[in-house]
Design a protein around this ligand. Structure first.
Ligand code: MN3
Length: 206
């Protein structure tokens, strides 16, 4: 949501902080949502306000100086807004797997669902430093791609529509999984909300 006067807002979390237990603890969720995502929203609004002030003064150098803060915090806001909705409680999650046209395209582009799962898991776990692993849709080539982004760069910077993203910043898992990032990335498959991911896919192929 964006309003010129009030700026961007933290979106509602679609479930309680403890909904993703035992895969992601309530403590991680509360910190991640109320501190980290909130900070991206706050800092995005500050950066945009400064940008608009600079624009009003026709100060291009100052406008450029605010662009990295807009990219970082705007990307953080975009990415986390997606992340909350592509997850759901384990009882409604990953055991179902993708269906329909998305399942068919996964098979076409990656071989089998298990090969896709393996590739996304290993690629995401291997990201150096902080970043995100993604399943994206390439509208030009009409195909699915696995991609990684550093920091909070949104997947749109790689020309892909985001369908499913995994946050591998340490704040997303360290309290529970410590240094063992691969265990977190393997476990998060139990939380994927395939209804939401399929919805994103059907919107992206129009
Ligand atoms: Mn995060």
């Amino acid at each position: 949501m964006h309003d010129l006067k009030t700026g961007y807002q933290l979106p509602d979390l679609p479930y309680d902080f403890n909904a993703l237990e035992p895969i992601i603890s309530a403590e991680i969720m509360e910190l991640h949502y109320t501190k980290h995502h909130k900070a991206y929203v706050t800092n995005l609004n500050v950066a945009l306000e400064k940008y608009h002030e600079a624009e009003t003064r026709n100060d291009i150098a100052a406008m450029i100086a605010h662009q990295s803060a807009i990219k970082f915090n705007g990307g953080g806001h975009i990415n986390h807004s997606i992340f909350w909705t592509i997850l759901t409680s384990p009882s409604e999650g990953g055991s179902r797997g993708p269906q329909g046209d998305l399942a068919k395209m996964i098979d076409r582009d990656f071989g089998t669902f298990d090969q896709f799962k393996e590739k996304l898991t290993t690629t995401t776990a291997a990201i150096q430093g902080s970043g995100w692993g993604w399943l994206g849709y390439n509208k030009g080539q009409k195909r699915l791609e696995i991609a990684t982004c550093a920091n909070q760069d949104p997947l749109s910077t790689q020309g892909l529509v985001p369908l499913l993203g995994v946050d591998v910043w340490e704040h997303a898992y360290y309290l529970q999984y410590k240094n063992v990032r691969p265990d977190y990335v393997k476990a998060i498959w139990q939380l994927f909300n395939w209804n939401n991911i399929e919805e994103r896919f059907y919107k992206s192929i129009i």
